[in-house]
Each structure stands twice: as structure tokens, then as C-alpha cells.
Design a protein around this ligand. Structure first.
Ligand code: HMG
Ligand code: MG
Length: 297
């Protein structure tokens, strides 16, 4: 069995986590959370989104969050941008890394970003020109890769097609989002095999929500398939406001613990990470959703 020696973790708690919590967290606390996560050793921390605050109020003022972070050569703070306007606002706030987000389900695309898949790709292609001119790195998500809250099962070929188009636009990494956490390990493996026919495996990331408790098993399947970029959220925060029933992302603490146990390095200090997970959960008035974090208390 071949497994990577090292894995890149993309921490999405300050974005995917907080965007779906009912409690709105202040800019100062969002900055502190990101600083704590960086202190734990995470080097890719999604800092927020430049989306309509009417749609996702939790992510309002992401510009202030970005401007409150000290630029650090070694740390990336990507932000979500749904359109050209989002990229323009992100640039004005000093963003160097952004992420666009498409879906493999037409209905989800409409509910999430109010346009068809085809229109979203068109929007992103306009945005890519500005990104290129400003030397901005663009990541891309594909949602609903293993199921859609509205359409149910999604064809693997549809996921591969959307992923390929995003890659051809110039997105450096394609994160496959199991938005509602319905995936299981063998389906994960065949999904990755299909996408890897179009995109180098080094450019594929996995993004599991843990709604059905399958996330770690799916991540293990993805690692065996050669993936070495994993998205996760501290304390298992979050969900997606446009995917009813989507519970939190897989917890970063649980991912780091599993990888540590397999001798795969992440550069993350688990005790600093658990402390930051507890602090944000206290502020949100919720209990920690990471089993590892609970076990280490
Ligand atoms: P729309 O209503 O179609 O856009 O929304 P519009 O162009 O008609 O504009 C409507 C209003 O929005 C206007 O303001 C625009 O100025 C404003 P008004 O004139 O009414 O005052 N607007 C913006 N404001 C701020 N930032 C912008 C922006 N663009 C337009 N960038 C839009 C289209 C995409 C903006 C909207 O649908 C939206 O914001 N959606 C948010 C979607 C979202 O954030 N979803 C959660 C993240 S995705 C996710 O969680 C999945 C992921 O984790 C992977 C996985 O798990 O699968 C990534
Ligand atoms: Mg997500």
C-alpha cells in the first residue's frame, strides 16, 4: 500500500466552518482564530469569502479580516470569490490566494450561486484574466461530488467534466467537495480515479463533510488513491448554508491524529490546534465536534 509521506492540510474552519454557524463571530475573533491556527502550524488557512452579505452574513467584513492578518511569506490565506466583483474586492483587501466554487449539480449551482454550471464557468473565466494579471493563485471547488441535497446521486463523469473545465481555466488545485457527506470509501476511490484521468493527482484535493461519519474513511481511501491535499475545519465546525442537512467538515484534529498515527507529517501541533478549537467553540456557544479534541480534554 502506498501512502504519501506528507500531506498538505487546507484549514477551512474560518470560512466553511463559520459560514454555517448561527452565532456571528466578530472580525477581531475571526482574526484571532486564524492566528491561533497559524500558530498551530497550519500553512493554508481559508480566511473568509467575498460573497453577498445578504446571502452569507457570517462572512461579511472578510476584507477587514484579511487586512488584520500579518502577511507571512509561508502562510496562505485563500478567500472564496464567486464572481469578478468578489475578486476585485479581495484584491483591494490584499488577497493573494482565492478560490472559486462550482458544483457538479445544476440545482445546487442555482441555489448556491444563482446561476447554471455553464454560467459559473463563464464567470470564472472572466475572473481568471484579472487573477492572472495580478499574479493571484486560484483554487477551485466542485461541490456535490458524491451526492446532491436536491438531485441525489451525481454522475462521476459530470464531476470529472466540471473539474476538467476548472483546471483548464488555470485553477492550480481542484478540491472535490462531498458537500453533504454521503460518500463512502469505494465511491471516493472511483471518483478520484475518474477525475485523475483529466487532472494530475497532485492537483486534486478532497473536502469531506462528516454528515454520515464517513469522512475519515473516505480520506483514507483518497490517500490510497494518491491524493495528498486534505481540507478540514478545526473542531469540525460548519456545513453549507445552501445544503440542508450538511453537517460540519471533517475535524482538523481528527485528520491530524489519523495522519500522525500513520507516520504522515502535516507540520501541525495537535495540542495547539485543540486549544484553538476549544476557544472558537466557546465563542460560538457550541460543543466541540472533534472526537480527538474531546478525547484530549
Ligand atoms: P446574485 O443575486 O445572482 O448576484 O448573487 P447579482 O449579480 O444579481 O447581485 C445581487 C446583489 O449582490 C447586488 O447587490 C450585488 O452588488 C451583490 P444589491 O444591488 O442587491 O445591493 N453582489 C455581491 N456582493 C458582495 N460580494 C460579491 C457580490 N456579487 C454580487 N462578490 C452571488 C450571486 C454569487 C453573489 C450570491 O449567490 C452569493 O453571494 N452566494 C453565496 C454563496 C456562498 O457563499 N455559499 C457558501 C460557500 S460554497 C460551499 O460552502 C461549498 C464548499 O465548501 C465546497 C463543498 O463543501 O462542497 C466550497
Ligand atoms: Mg464545504
Amino acid at each position: 500500500m502506498s501512502l504519501p509521506k506528507q500531506v498538505k492540510i487546507v484549514e477551512v474552519g474560518p470560512r466553511d466552518g463559520l459560514q454555517n454557524e448561527t452565532e456571528i463571530i466578530s472580525v477581531q475573533r475571526r482574526i484571532k482564530l486564524i492566528q491561533n491556527l497559524a500558530f498551530s502550524g497550519l500553512r493554508h488557512i481559508e480566511a473568509g469569502s467575498f460573497v453577498s452579505p445578504a446571502w452569507v452574513p457570517q462572512m461579511a467584513d472578510t476584507a477587514e479580516v484579511l487586512m488584520g492578518l500579518n502577511p507571512d511569506e509561508g502562510i496562505h490565506y485563500p478567500v472564496l470569490v464567486p464572481n469578478l466583483r468578489g475578486l476585485q474586492d479581495a484584491l483591494a483587501a490584499g488577497a493573494r490566494d482565492v478560490a472559486v466554487f462550482a458544483a457538479a449539480s445544476e440545482t445546487f449551482s442555482q441555489k448556491n450561486i444563482n446561476c447554471s454550471i455553464r454560467e459559473s464557468i463563464q464567470r470564472f473565466s472572466e475572473l481568471m484574466a484579472l487573477a492572472r494579471a495580478n499574479d493571484i493563485r486560484v483554487r477551485a471547488y466542485v461541490s456535490c461530488v458524491l451526492g446532491c441535497p436536491y438531485e441525489g446521486a451525481i454522475e462521476v463523469s459530470q464531476v470529472a467534466d466540471v473539474a476538467r473545465q476548472l483546471h483548464e481555466l488555470g485553477c492550480y488545485e481542484i478540491s472535490l467537495g462531498d458537500t453533504i457527506g454521503t460518500g463512502t470509501p469505494l465511491k471516493t476511490r472511483s471518483l478520484i480515479e475518474s477525475v485523475a484521468q483529466h487532472i494530475d493527482i497532485e492537483n486534486i484535493a478532497v473536502h469531506f463533510h462528516d454528515t454520515y461519519g464517513q469522512a475519515l474513511a473516505n480520506i483514507f481511501a483518497a490517500l490510497q488513491s494518491g491524493v495528498n491535499v486534505i481540507d478540514s475545519a478545526v473542531a469540525g465546525l460548519g456545513g453549507c448554508p445552501y445544503a440542508a442537512g450538511a453537517s460540519g467538515n471533517v475535524a482538523t484534529e481528527d485528520v491530524v491524529y489519523m495522519l500522525n498515527g500513520m507516520g504522515i507529517s502535516t507540520g501541525v501541533d495537535l495540542s495547539k490546534l485543540t486549544a484553538s478549537g476549544r476557544e472558537i467553540c466557546d465563542q460560538l456557544n457550541i460543543s466541540v465536534r472533534s472526537k480527538v479534541n474531546l478525547a484530549l480534554q
